[in-house]
Design a binder for this molecule. Structure first.
Ligand SMILES: *Cc1c(COP(=O)(O)O)cnc(C)c1O
Length: 359
């Protein structure tokens, strides 16, 4: 059976090698005569899976020992609220950097629990740029600063890591494990798995130990980061099958050569696609060059009335899910870790040919 190149923003492509392994182990995992889906989360077998998953993640992005790794539910969206529940302590304000639709949604969720102090916003420039690193000034009174490292909808990605006198909370849902990062500069990283590291259902939280001891008496146990860290993320049943698949994705990435190797491949893919867009008269990506995402590449067709044709021709050639987000329209190619270089090559070739025929 042929697999398409799937440019969906999320849930997105998984490595074929991982899916093939899942298929081969579906009925009987590790000689158990039962699927992972059918194993107790309290069994020593599942415990080994979730522990391996943590070990592999720690290895891949060098997570220091004083950070906890949690595998929770709810998706990133839920944690927009859960984070203030856990991290506000006695503080009453949160600093935010507003660089696109996701950081804005996060701020509006957090606004229910604290005063929002907008440290920088690129909204007046239609989210086409990044704030200047030297212009960021934080309030020492705020509990933390929240930002989104990669704006999945707008196609904007931070090209720098910044420092702050308060803990930095990073939404890395759409670019975690796509490049090297210095975890020690951050207080908390969170990511829904379904873009870059696995299937939907599990949300990864990486949190610095000292942030777990703030006042959080009224947080439901399931979303209490401290209690979950003391219970191997298993106060209740975790999304066991999603965690198992994530573990396979992490192992696959380690075998590939780790995040460094993946970063190199991601750079090649995004450079190739932006070059294709920039050198064409038909396609356009509006994002300032130093703010462009390596993961999500939105673009428009400058000629009216060609979008349907573009999408259906692409689909016929096995290039699927290229329509842009419903809120911004146009096209978007999401080229996460699992998208092979050959997929981007095929897309560029298609785009060049389409322009020759109709542009
Ligand atoms: C997709 C996405 C979210 C929302 O994730 P869910 O898991 O659907 O809640 C939040 N932030 C970013 C950056 C995203 O890409």
């Amino acid at each position: 059976m042929e697999r398409n190149y799937n440019f969906c923003a999320g849930p997105s492509m998984l490595p074929t090698e991982v899916l093939t392994q899942v298929q081969s182990e579906l009925l009987s995992w590790n000689g158990m005569g039962a699927s992972v889906m059918e194993l107790s989360h309290r069994s020593k077998e599942f415990e080994s899976i979730i522990k391996n998953c943590e070990t592999n993640l720690r290895h891949l992005i060098n997570i220091p020992d004083n950070y906890h790794v949690l595998f929770l539910q709810g998706g990133a969206y839920t944690h927009f609220s859960v984070i203030p529940w856990n991290l506000l302590g006695t503080k009453t304000s949160i600093d935010v950097i507003n660089t696109g639709i996701w950081s804005k949604k996060a701020a509006s969720a957090m606004q229910k629990y604290a005063h929002i102090n907008v440290v920088a916003s690129t909204e007046s420039e239609n989210f086409r740029t990044l704030p200047d690193k030297t212009s960021l000034e934080f309030s020492k009174e705020s509990a933390f600063v929240h930002y989104c490292d990669n704006e999945t909808i707008n196609g904007v990605e931070f090209s720098y890591q910044f420092e702050a006198p308060i803990p930095i909370v990073a939404d890395m849902s759409s670019n975690i494990l796509s490049r090297k990062i210095d975890v020690s500069k951050l207080g908390l990283i969170y990511a829904g798995a379904q873009k870059n590291i696995g299937p939907a259902g599990v949300t990864v939280i990486i949190v610095k130990d000292e942030l777990l001891y703030l006042l959080s008496d009224r947080v439901p146990d399931i979303f209490d980061y401290k209690k979950q860290s003391q219970n191997l993320s298993m106060i209740n049943t975790p999304p066991t099958f999603s965690i198992y698949i994530m573990d396979l994705v992490l192992k696959y990435l380690i075998d590939l050569g780790g995040v460094e190797k993946q970063e190199e491949i991601n750079r090649k893919k995004s450079e190739m696609l932006y070059k294709c867009i920039d050198s064409s008269a038909l396609y356009e990506n509006p994002i300032e060059i130093n703010a462009r995402s390596r993961m999500n590449v939105p673009f428009i067709l400058k000629e009216q009335g060609l979008e349907e044709k573009f999408l259906s021709d692409a689909r016929n050639q096995g290039l699927i899910n290229l329509e842009g987000h419903r809120s911004v329209g146009g096209m978007r190619a999401s080229i996460y870790n699992a998208m092979p270089l050959s997929g981007v090559e095929a897309l560029c070739e298609f785009m060049n040919n389409f322009e020759k025929s109709y542009g």
